[in-house]
Design a protein around this ligand. Structure first.
Ligand code: PLP
Length: 443
């Protein structure tokens, strides 16, 4: 008992010190125009995340445990979905979302050689998830100003082998979900949403990630919320949930409760109740492998950060929207040089970043404007893979391309993005506006 009191007091002292440390550290952060870098995205945190992280580290459970379970509950609630499986990255979430629909334990699973429609303008691991599951990607083009899947081309791309659509809401801009959901339902296709860049974006008032069978989220530091590295899949279907959790946890049988902890008598009796002809009767179901799995678990330390970050998402969203609007107004007069992003009327995006495409007839190239911004300490990025089929690792993949990919190719050569993340406050935004204006004044 005495030891407990000592421990509790020591823990409280440590956490108090950590709290003070982060406050002092943060108070020294200052934006110096031209010297400080304006990132396209970065970690935004305060003492809350660090205190929770240190508290979890003092428990030293480290692997996935109670912080993970709490995060899964909170994230499912935030996403308005019944179930969540937390993983170690957005790429793992994409992989698991597709693998879950191919799992041996999942009824009506997809089989090798089945087709999945997606976009060629993509983040690589959205496409890799299809290929790792021995499925065939069918690439269709994006629209140049929404950067999203061209829903008008979707139905004509479907063949007898098509089983699913996987789409990312590009940079937080919701895809045209009315049309897409209708087509998916009509042709009985699974719909997988990659919301790695679209947390808290809405279409018709509904959260992105709630339209399809399953959604994959990512929590890398540049994203809408972060865990360092982290991700999650969310779904409603119990069978899909169990298949995803099994695949995340080495492929072991999932009995519908957390297999890491089998404490209750009921759970224990289930554990030793197996009756599989090829295994000894009563073989411990904790070690029965019903799927060929992975280990995609994050640690409790990552989940501790995630719990605090998730609470801040609504405030982050407001900042993202405000910054996007400001930058849009500033760039509007230069529409003759630039294609500015467009959203559907039903969309309410929480933008990940601000995409800009340099027009064909513009007096400057993408390289020129990116170099100018970078030399003034404003970080820029090209729009992911542009056209994934042009990349060395993907040039020889088995795929189908029913139509041309002109817009994806145009993005490959002419599109880039800059940040509008919550770390960009008034001073940073004013500086960024000044740099853009000085570039255009010279043109
Ligand atoms: C659309 C999209 N999908 C998947 C990922 C992969 O996420 P992670 O970096 O967490 O693996 C990213 C990463 O930025 C992304 O933008």
């Amino acid at each position: 008992m005495k030891k407990n009191i000592i421990e509790t007091n020591l823990r409280a002292n440590i956490l108090k010190l950590v709290n003070n440390f982060v406050r002092v550290q943060k108070s020294r952060e200052k934006f110096i125009p031209g010297k400080s870098r304006i990132h396209f995205g970065a970690r935004i945190y305060d003492q809350k995340e660090v205190v929770r992280l240190v508290n979890a580290s003092l428990d030293f459970w480290i692997t996935l445990g109670k912080e993970g379970r709490e995060f899964e509950t909170n994230f499912a609630k935030f996403m308005n979905r019944k179930r969540c499986v937390v993983v170690n990255s957005g790429s793992s979430a994409d992989l698991l979302a597709v693998a879950g629909l191919c799992a041996k334990t999942f009824p009506n699973r997809m089989l090798p050689g089945d087709e999945v429609i997606t976009t060629a303008m993509a983040f690589p691991t959205t496409v890799a998830a299809i290929l790792h599951n021995n499925l065939i990607p069918v690439f269709i083009d994006i629209e140049l100003d929404t950067y999203n899947i061209d829903a008008n081309k979707l139905e004509a791309a479907i063949s007898k082998k098509t089983r699913a659509i996987i789409l990312a809401h590009t940079l937080g801009n919701p895809a045209e979900m009315d049309k897409i959901v209708k087509i998916a339902k009509k042709h009985k296709l699974y719909l997988i949403e990659d919301i790695c860049d679209a947390l808290d974006s809405r279409y018709g008032g509904k959260l992105c990630g709630t339209f399809g069978d399953v959604a994959a989220a990512g929590f890398y530091p540049a994203h809408h919320m972060m865990m360092g590295e982290g991700g999650a899949v969310v779904m409603d279907d119990l069978e899909l949930f169990k298949s995803c959790r099994s695949l995340r946890d080495w492929g072991r049988e999932d009995l519908g409760f957390d297999m890491g902890k089998t404490n209750s008598i009921e759970e224990l009796s289930k554990r030793f109740s197996s009756n599989i002809s090829s295994l000894p009767k009563g073989y411990d179901r904790k070690y029965i492998y019903t799927n060929i799995g992975y280990n995609l678990k994050p640690t409790d330390l990552q989940c501790a950060i995630g719990i605090e970050q998730l609470r801040k998402v609504p405030a982050f969203t407001l900042m993202r929207k405000k910054n996007f609007k400001t930058l849009y107004e500033v760039l509007k007069p230069y529409k003759k040089f630039l294609i500015l992003p467009r959203s559907f009327s039903k969309s309410d995006p929480s933008w990940f970043a601000f995409p800009i495409t340099v027009c064909r007839n513009s007096p400057f190239s993408r390289k020129e404007i990116m170099e100018f911004l970078e030399s003034n300490n404003i970080e820029t990025r090209v729009l992911f893979a542009g056209n994934i089929l042009k990349h060395p690792g993907y040039r020889d993949i088995k795929h189908r391309t029913p139509f041309n990919l002109n817009n994806s190719n145009f993005v490959l050569s002419n599109t880039f993005f800059v940040g509008i993340y919550p770390g960009i406050g008034k001073s940073e935004m004013n500086y960024m506006i000044g740099v853009f204006q000085s570039f255009f004044n010279k043109k």
